[in-house]
Design a protein around this ligand. Structure first.
Ligand code: ATP
Length: 707
């Protein structure tokens, strides 16, 4: 009898299929990076047959019985993929854009104009349904529109990008930029790319854009191409204006550095410079037409040189020549510090910035970073600023905050943009859901010891069959706090046999490490020298380790959104075979339902037999719902018992920190160790006291008084 299987009886673990065995994320890129291609094909088929557009079976089923996603927006229905829109637009003769909104369809729109209806009706739009909208505007005085009609009025059906060649042939992007994109070797644009690139590169006025698209779906390329192209055009039309024209803000240094590396591949030879904001840099006014310039050393350097430069003391960096950068990539705090470097009451402004990109926008506008992000947003003082907010999860509160900030910034500025433009929202796939191309395993481990046992089984391939989970390195392990990550790392350090590389194969990464240490670990994990990386939510978002085979949530995530991001570190760009293992204990039961819901929806999106699903209905029914306040509390602090400061054995009542400790040692072994430590300490104290009173037994070690 497998004890571990007993522990996990609350989930149905399906046998590992030979297909996922042979096809792992680490074996290379997927033939097709799109996630919703099956549904798309189905729809294409049904439109071609001249029938009314229908959702794929899997998605239809979702509509019937998808459980409420009790977080984020009020809309609980799956949105059709953006390619559905593409089908409608491409196949205009058979299915008009208006037909595409079937009467019984009240799901979330793909591309939605977020402005007030009156505003939409007076603005000219260049989309295919513009004529219909104009007709509608005549009926402005008509009785108030129903919710459904309002939704319909807001929906847009822009043309999709069919292939990357169109970037040059149709959207006329810089030829050098087009070459750089081609050199990346991508063949098919992902859904988010085919949806957003035409919106941002098209002839109509560039919109402010909110994008919600799955993890690993290529959002970085989607925002970098338009930003770079805009700067190339700007250089042509304003050859004398130099300075920071675009800002990209990301929540962590690791993500910011990754964006710079991606950007460098795209800007090569275009004359555009992209720079990572580093400690000690100053964004200052050079007195040249109010332009912001960046003091930095080597803006054309490669990633590794960049990292070396970062490790130089700030003093050395302060002496470097002033150069100009077009795109600055930064974390919020670093830029806020630089903008308020002269400690004046008001922050310096960034008068030339025309594009502000917020990657992982929902976390940037979360209370944790909100003040800093809004300060940066408002310091961009150009009236033609366009904002882009990108994430795999986006609460409706973020949409409201975006609308109000756009309005307030313009009011404060007292100027209007040179041309009217829209605020659009594009949703790819099912909003706020985990990607469907990975396997989720929700495992009940009862206690902390149970989790450690389970994890050890994953580390030993021979024992892996016992747990039905086969997770091959490289993979990530997430814990709730830094001390827990450190403790888990020291517990597992010697679990990897010396012949496989031993303790050097496993590392821990968190924000208490120095920048240099963090960069080294990231580099070694990417190079495959480190196989297992224990970390905190520092790496939960945005970071792209292309070929990692899985993610282990050693501690449950603080929210459903964090789950979506953590598990999205695997299954990037359509790769199949990734696994997400989440352990939970007795203490976690109150918090598991939202995660179980996410897994359930993801499995429904994937389709397949009901019996293959890991989340059974009885489990969902049995798990308790969490109150709003408890959810908030959980989001801020995580599971409280795990957050507790370390207690000494004497202080611990046995239910708190001790129960949550990451260790395989028994209480008896710990007590013995403690006693031994105490005895050594006491003997040391006795010796010190004796030495202080001059009564030293070891007289030979005392040289006596000097004459
Ligand atoms: N069209 C494409 N075809 C194949 N791979 C692609 C394509 N576009 C991007 N990629 C690759 O997909 C991976 C994920 O891209 P990216 O990091 O931009 O995802 P993301 O949507 O920002 O994810 P997250 O939400 O986790 O931040 C990268 O390795 C990138 O090189």
């Amino acid at each position: 009898m497998d004890a571990f299987r007993l522990l996990t009886r609350s989930t149905k673990l399906k046998p590992v299929s030979s297909a996922s065995d042979s096809r792992l994320p680490s074996t290379g890129k997927a033939a097709n990076p799109q996630l919703f291609r099956t549904a798309e094909t189905d729809k294409l088929e049904s439109t071609k047959n001249g029938k009314k557009r229908k959702r794929s079976a899997a998605v239809q089923q979702d509509e019937e019985d998808v459980p409420d996603l009790d977080f984020f927006s009020s809309n609980k229905r799956p949105a059709a993929s953006v390619t559905e829109t593409a089908v409608a637009t491409e196949d205009d003769e058979k299915v008009s854009a208006q037909d595409a909104v079937s009467d019984d369809d009240d799901s979330m729109d793909e591309v939605t104009d977020m402005r007030d209806l009156e505003e939409i009706q007076v603005q000219p739009t260049s989309t295919t349904d513009s004529k219909k909208k104009k007709k509608k505007s005549k009926k402005e005085e008509a009785p108030t529109l129903s919710k459904k009609e309002q939704k319909r009025a807001r929906r847009l059906f822009p043309e999709p990008l069919l292939n990357f060649k169109e970037l040059r042939s149709k959207y006329k992007i810089s030829s050098r930029l087009a070459e750089n994109v081609a050199e990346q070797g991508f063949t098919v644009p992902t859904e988010v790319q085919l949806g957003t690139l035409p919106l941002l590169l098209g002839e109509s006025s560039e919109p402010d854009l909110l994008v919600v698209a799955p993890t690993g779906s290529g959002k970085t390329l989607s925002f970098l191409i338009p930003v770079i192209n805009k700067i190339v055009r700007h250089h042509h039309s304003n050859p004398d204006e130099h300075g920071i024209l675009s800002l990209v803000v990301a929540p962590t240094r690791e993500l910011a550095s990754q964006i710079v590396n991606e950007g460098r591949k795209l800007v090569a030879g275009t004359g555009v410079k992209i720079t990572l904001m580093r400690k000690g840099m100053r964004v200052g006014d050079d007195g040249d037409a109010g332009a912001n310039v960046l003091e930095e050393n080597n803006e054309e350097s490669s990633g590794s040189e960049d990292e070396e430069a970062e490790n130089k003391p700030a003093k050395e960096r302060a002496n470097i020549p002033v150069t100009k950068s077009d795109i600055l990539v930064t974390t919020p705090l670093m830029l806020v510090n630089a903008l308020s470097a002269n400690w004046t009451a008001t922050m310096a402004t960034l008068p030339l910035v025309r594009s502000l990109v917020m990657d992982e926008a929902d976390v940037l506008l979360d209370p944790l970073f909100r003040e800093q992000t809004l300060d940066i947003w408002k310091s961009c003082s150009h009236p033609d600023l366009r904002v882009g907010l990108w994430s795999a999860t986006m609460g409706s509160n973020i949409e409201d905050l975006t609308k109000s900030t756009i309005r307030e910034r313009l009011e404060d500025l007292g100027q209007k943009p040179s041309e009217p433009h829209a605020l659009l929202r594009l949703v790819v796939g099912l909003k706020d859901s985990a990607i469907p191309n990975i396997d989720h395993k929700l495992v009940y481990a009862a206690t902390e010891q149970g989790k450690l046992m389970g994890l050890r089984q994953l580390l030993r391939p021979a024992a892996a069959s016992a747990s039905d989970i086969r997770l091959r390195p490289p993979f990530l392990i997430f814990t709730q706090t830094i001390p827990r990550a450190v403790a888990l790392h020291s517990e597992l350090k010697y679990d990897i046999p010396a012949e496989a590389g031993g303790s050097s194969r496993i590392a821990v990464l968190h924000s208490d490490l120095s920048d240099g240490q963090r960069s080294d670990i990231m580099r070694d994990f990417r190079k495959g020298e480190i196989w297992i990386l224990v970390t905190t939510d520092l790496l939960a978002r945005g970071v792209d380790f292309r070929g990692i085979n899985g993610v282990v949530n050693y501690d449950i995530p603080n929210s459903a959104a964090v789950y979506v991001h953590r598990v999205g570190r695997t299954g990037r760009a359509g790769r199949e075979g990734g696994i997400a293992v989440t352990y939970y204990t007795k203490e976690d039961i109150p918090y598991v339902k939202s995660i179980a819901n996410i897994i359930d929806v993801s499995e429904k999106l994937r389709g397949g037999e009901e019996g293959d699903k890991s989340i059974q209905k009885w489990l969902l029914d049995a798990l308790p719902n969490l109150s709003k306040n408890s959810k908030k509390d959980m989001k801020r602090h995580g599971v409280k018992a795990r957050q507790a400061p370390r207690l000494t054995d004497k202080e611990d009542d046995g239910k708190g920190a001790r129960g949550m400790r990451i260790s395989t040692k028994s209480g008896f072994e710990r007590r013995m160790e403690n006693n031994k430590r105490g005895a050594i300490e006491a003997s040391r104290n006795r010796k010190a006291a004796a030495a202080a009173s001059g009564n030293v037994s070891d007289a030979g070690s005392w040289g006596g008084l000097d004459d």
